[in-house]
Design a binder for this molecule. Structure first.
Ligand code: APR
Length: 258
């Protein structure tokens, strides 16, 4: 592991454009469960209930969705960035982060110090709510209070439309600009680092493939096997927080940064 950490640190030092791509595995060390590990979200809830089509057509699905989303938001709201998030923010600070593509909706990259213009939230964010009809934006906490005081599937107070956290559900269209920009950055980078993702949900999971096909080196940092291991140049299996923070420490040593 040590020699791989050293090699990846050297690759980052020498790279012109480093793209970091993260999934829920980066946030488990902040107490937020991931989706497909044992005990993860899809062990507790049936993904079927969270298809966008069901949300917009069935009141019962909306109520189930809001129940899950309310529980998940409670764990996210109190969560603190862990050393993995902090290491990625450090990469930006030392000028070695071209772009951070995240599948996570927990807002922890910003709490860790990454700038909004550096982060592409492919699956949206749970930190606020929008009306699906008039697109009015609501802060999340007041809507959380409405749910906790009995509203089961809140509606917009302007147009009566359906309110939904600003996250992307299965079957819901991806954010256009963020997705196109993620493709562009993945194609243009020379080093693509995946952290804490099983790489099974598309189009997000296509980004490492695109990067590799465009000539980038591909590094995968993950506890378990991923669907792109076969094409990775280096795989580091273990704790995301420990591994990426060790790499950044080593990098700072190379760059004579304290
Ligand atoms: N350190 C390293 N890897 C970890 C850690 C950890 N502390 N904890 C979990 N992992 C790894 C797991 O081994 C797993 O392979 O992180 C990966 C998380 O995979 P998923 O749970 O599938 O999460 P993700 O890849 O982000 O899912 C993508 O699926 O349901 C949708 O919208 C949801 O954005 C999500 C998307």
């Amino acid at each position: 592991m040590e020699d791989k950490i050293e090699t990846v640190a050297r690759w980052i030092r020498d790279a012109k454009r480093v793209v970091v791509f993260v999934g829920a595995g980066l946030s488990t060390e902040s107490g937020i469960p991931d989706f497909r590990s044992p005990g993860g979200v899809w062990d507790k809830y049936d993904p079927e209930d969270f298809y966008f089509q069901n949300f917009i057509t069935k009141e019962s699905s909306r109520e189930k969705y809001w129940q899950m989303a309310t529980e998940m938001y409670d764990s996210m709201k109190e969560a603190k960035p862990n050393k993995g998030h902090l290491a990625i923010a450090e990469l930006e600070r030392i000028g070695k982060l071209d772009c951070l593509i995240t599948q996570n909706i927990d807002g922890l990259h910003f709490k860790a110090g990454n700038s909004p213009e550096k982060v592409l939230e492919l699956h949206g964010t749970a930190m606020y709510v929008t009306c699906l009809s008039c697109h009015k934006r609501y802060e999340r906490d007041p809507v959380q209070e409405r749910i906790k005081s009995g509203e089961r599937a809140p509606r917009c107070d302007v147009c009566g439309g359906l309110l939904k956290p600003a996250t992307i559900s299965f079957g819901q269209s991806m954010p256009e600009w963020e997705t196109a920009e993620a493709y562009r950055r993945s194609e243009a980078c020379d080093l693509f680092i995946v952290i804490g993702s099983s790489l099974v949900v598309h189009p997000a999971a296509y980004m490492p493939v695109l990067a590799k096909r465009s000539g980038a080196k591909l590094v995968i940092i993950n506890r378990d096997e991923t669907s792109c291991d076969y094409m990775a140049d280096i795989i580091l299996n273990g704790s995301a927080g420990f591994i990426i923070s060790s790499i950044v420490e080593r990098l700072k040593g190379f760059m004579d940064l304290t």
